[in-house]
Design a protein around this ligand. Structure first.
Ligand code: ZN
Length: 111
């Protein structure tokens, strides 16, 4: 069995580069009731380092969608109040689609 890859240190989300911090000791802002958090003012995403690998991946995509949301006009609409519901609904489905369709990922990310 191979070791899953570590989360990337940085993510490019639109015009911004987010630092990704994996929190193993509670020092980077992940609260006990959250698996991760996104800080758009400091361009930082924090992940709970105690999560199983698949949960950590889903959480990183979840937080990445939050970061993307912050760069859209959705922030100015009433739907902003539904951000957590929308992000929580899409993240596990999208991570499964990306994992299960490597040809789709190659197609979408080709230059
Ligand atoms: Zn969230």
């Amino acid at each position: 069995m191979t070791t899953p890859p570590a989360a990337p240190d940085n993510l490019q989300v639109g015009a911004h580069t987010y630092r990704v911090l994996v929190d193993h000791d509670g020092l980077v802002g992940v609260h006990a009731d959250n698996r991760g958090s996104t800080h758009n003012e400091t361009l930082t995403i924090a992940l709970d380092g105690s999560l199983a690998a698949t949960l950590q991946r889903e959480t990183l995509l979840h937080e990445t969608i939050h970061a993307a949301w912050d760069q859209t006009a959705l922030t100015a609409l009433e739907v902003q109040e539904q951000q957590e519901v929308v992000v929580t609904a899409f993240a596990p489905v999208l991570v499964a689609i990306l994992r299960d369709n490597p040809k789709l990922v190659a197609y979408l990310t080709s230059p």
